[in-house]
Unconditional design. Structure first.
Length: 373
């Protein structure tokens, strides 16, 4: 019998899951006027236009520290607040669990997507391989059975990111627990932001620190310097561990540290629902999203997509019907062209649908639509 959320969770709140909140308003509020002004500043950061795919790698040497939870909660927060297309990929070489954090809409995996890359020409082609959370976050799952899981290597990852990066402005990668498996080279080489996960424990903090040591010694010192550390699952009643000392240690090694309190909803390991988190936990992930967003402008300036004075580039008009979006399918992209979809239209795909390709044997089939009238 399958160990599903419906079977294992008690008193699970039933709620509508069909709509996303309006782009003009955010559901999360905390504090008074001063706090709200600071929150608005962070929200403006989070909503910074992203003109070229920004890739976030979530890693840890140690398993069971909250890596997949952080990937899902951060991705859900970005999707909710940005009203944008946000994707999370399970790049774990073993049986990954990212697919358990949203209600699955397809049995397709990252391996299926890689095999179908020659046939992926639009957002809707890729959407067949993703499952979407109520927040709007989409995920591409991995095989959950280690007996049938096949190797997802460096070349596969790079090919997948090349295709997915044309449709999604922000991609999060939930990596495996090792640093030497094949796909990790691609994950690190392509990452714009690194998030290191630690627990409030001696072995968890030591593993996270060792991860930074290894990265610094193998050519990723710049990535480490601008990385973020998340200390996950901190119990407010815990007295054995000096969490403040762990925070101080990583503050000297990373750009910033975020402490995420323990949350029973997240600890259940089921689908992540932002509305069921404790307010302090929701706030922690909101702050993490703002810290990530602080790096958006640097990333785009490095690629010549953002003016050095900090002013946003001009926004070009959307493509005419029947034309490809700038930068896709061989069309040159203007230096300051828009990336992705218009925020007020989160479901509209980036670019137009090219001519249909013949079906691929491993390509998940869409259910037939209503007959033509």
């Amino acid at each position: 019998m399958e160990l599903s959320s419906d079977r294992l969770l008690n008193n699970r709140r039933q709620r509508a899951r069909s709509t996303r909140p309006a782009a003009a308003a955010s559901r999360f509020r905390i504090g008074g006027k001063k706090e709200e002004a600071e929150r608005q500043r962070k929200l403006d950061l989070i909503r910074t236009p992203v003109l070229s795919c920004y890739r976030i790698a979530v890693i840890s040497l140690k398993g069971g520290v909250g890596k997949t939870t952080t990937t899902t909660a951060l991705g859900s927060t970005l999707a909710t607040e940005r009203q944008d297309k946000i994707l999370a990929i399970d790049a774990n070489p073993d049986a990954g669990t990212l697919g358990r954090r949203v209600r699955r809409e397809t049995g397709a995996t990252i391996r299926d997507l890689v095999q179908a890359i020659p046939y992926l020409n639009s957002y809707m082609d890729i959407r067949r391989f993703t499952s979407q959370a109520p927040s709007g976050l989409e995920i591409i799952a991995n095989d959950v059975d280690p007996a049938v899981s096949t190797t997802f290597n460096d070349e596969d990852y790079r090919r997948a990111i090349d295709v997915l990066g044309r449709q999604y402005p922000i991609i999060l990668t939930d990596s495996g627990t090792g640093l030497l498996y094949s796909a990790m080279r691609g994950v690190l080489d392509l990452a714009d932001q690194l998030i290191i996960i630690s627990t409030p424990s001696v072995d968890g903090a030591s593993s996270a620190s060792t991860t930074l040591d290894w990265l610094s010694a193998h050519g990723y010192a710049d990535l480490v310097q601008r990385s973020l550390t998340v200390i996950s699952g901190v119990r407010e009643t815990g007295k054995m561990i000096k969490v403040e000392d762990i925070v101080s240690h990583f503050e000297t090694r990373c750009r910033a540290v975020v402490v995420v309190p323990f949350d029973e909803h997240l600890a259940a390991g089921a689908e992540v629902d932002l509305d069921m988190m404790r307010p302090k936990v929701r706030e922690a992930y909101f702050n993490l999203a703002a810290l990530v967003a602080e790096d958006f402008v640097r990333h785009q300036q490095a690629q010549g997509l953002w003016t050095s004075d900090g002013n946003p580039p001009p926004v070009a008009a959307p493509p005419m019907p029947g034309q490809a979006a700038p930068g896709q399918y061989g069309y040159p992209a203007p230096p300051a062209g828009p990336y992705g979809q218009v925020p007020q239209q989160p479901q509209q795909p980036y670019g137009q649908v090219p001519p249909q390709q013949p079906p691929h044997p491993g390509y998940p089939q869409q259910p037939p639509g209503p007959p033509a009238r």
